[in-house]
Design a binder for this molecule. Structure first.
Ligand SMILES: NC(=O)c1ccc[n+]([C@@H]2O[C@H](COP(=O)([O-])OP(=O)(O)OC[C@H]3O[C@@H](n4cnc5c(N)ncnc54)[C@H](OP(=O)(O)O)[C@@H]3O)[C@@H](O)[C@H]2O)c1
Length: 316
């Protein structure tokens, strides 16, 4: 339980996830949210991280700071991804232990699951098969973070838990076509095609893969629920999948976004480009059993995110 008046250190508060958590904690009336930008506190620096924790003494910690990137960046700079993420999480988790933080929430990612995990993916599927090679350095760092939480809980009696989110989207997302994920990329592509009066938009693959998308404000709500309701168990996984439990095809997603943006031209599927895994969906029965089942429908979330993009980023 995060008591009113607790001091909460939110690492990575300007990121997609961190900013949603900041909105959620502020809305819940938490006034002591401790934040530092990357420039103010580089969490890969162990001495600086320790100094910060010892002088500020937070009661709770949410670790949403990480080196994050798309397939291309992960595949090109795997050394940077594994080093920075191992350093950030090791420094934060160890400093939290040293000052006896009451609870820590670590943010993982659904890419930790084996490439051929049964669908939908359950927490028990962790470490049951090989990872997707393009992001295995990142995934191994995240798995090490989970193991560190679990091992500290066992040895030191800490209460360090983790949330494993599905694909996220929402306000503050990355809309750069070179590095963005599929959902924001589609919003931008259709908006620009509409503005330019293009009759056709080319999309990669067949459109048949199924994916799950969660609004980042729902993730933040679920994370706060976990902080309040979930303590690290002595047996079994100490992390919880966080998703909507519903997937849609990329074609359905594209048609939805085209409709919301008001693009009336055609879609051309370039089937020479690869599709990737046919399906990726989290099993969220554990989250539901813990009392959170509040994800908004994808259509509603997409409408809100399109509106946010048009208001904040789109060039008119
Ligand atoms: N986005 C998704 O779809 C998704 C899905 C599943 C899981 N997640 C997980 O959620 C977490 C956050 O992801 P995100 O999408 O919010 O990432 P993001 O938007 O890139 O934000 C990352 C944050 O980390 C901070 N940061 C990076 N390196 C740092 C360092 N060395 N020292 C201090 N701060 C540092 C950045 O600070 P500055 O802003 O100051 O630079 C930024 O605020 C990650 O663990 C990720 O795996 C994300």
């Amino acid at each position: 339980m995060i008591e009113p008046g607790s001091k909460i250190y939110l690492a990575g508060h300007r990121g997609l996830v961190g900013s949603a958590l900041h909105r959620r904690l502020s809305a819940a009336g938490h006034e002591q949210i401790l934040v530092r930008t990357h420039a103010e506190l580089d969490l890969t620096n162990q001495a600086a991280t320790n100094d910060f924790f010892h002088s500020e003494q937070p009661d709770h910690v949410i670790l949403a700071a990480a080196k994050v990137g798309g397939i291309h960046a992960n595949d090109t700079y795997p050394g940077d991804f594994i080093r920075d993420n191992l350093q950030i999480q090791t420094n934060v988790i160890e400093a939290a232990r040293q000052i006896s933080v009451k609870k820590l929430l670590f943010l993982g990612s659904s890419c930790i699951y084996p490439k051929h995990a049964p669908q939908p993916m359950r927490e028990e599927h962790l470490l049951t098969g090989p990872l997707e090679p393009t992001n295995e350095a990142y995934a191994i760092a995240k798995i090490a973070g989970l193991m560190m939480c679990r091992s500290y809980n066992r040895q030191y009696g800490t209460n360090f838990i983790a949330a494993m989110p599905t694909n996220l989207y929402g306000p503050g997302d990355n809309f750069d076509l070179e590095t963005s994920h599929v959902l924001p990329a589609l919003i931008r592509k259709f908006h620009e095609a509409k503005q330019a009066g293009r009759s056709e938009v080319e999309l990669w693959g067949t459109g048949s893969p199924r994916r799950e998308f969660m609004h980042v404000d729902d993730l933040a709500d679920a994370c706060v629920h976990l902080l309040n309701q979930f303590d690290a168990p002595t047996e079994g996984p100490q992390f919880v999948n966080v998703g909507t439990g519903v997937d849609i095809t990329i074609r359905e997603l594209a048609e939805l976004i085209a409709n919301v943006v008001g693009y009336s031209g055609g879609l051309r599927w370039n089937t020479d480009m690869p599709d990737g895994t046919p399906r990726k969906l989290l099993d969220v029965s554990r989250l539901h059993a813990l009392g959170w089942d509040n994800a908004r429908p994808t259509e509603e979330g997409v409408r809100e995110t399109c509106a946010w993009y048009l208001e904040n980023l789109a060039m008119s």
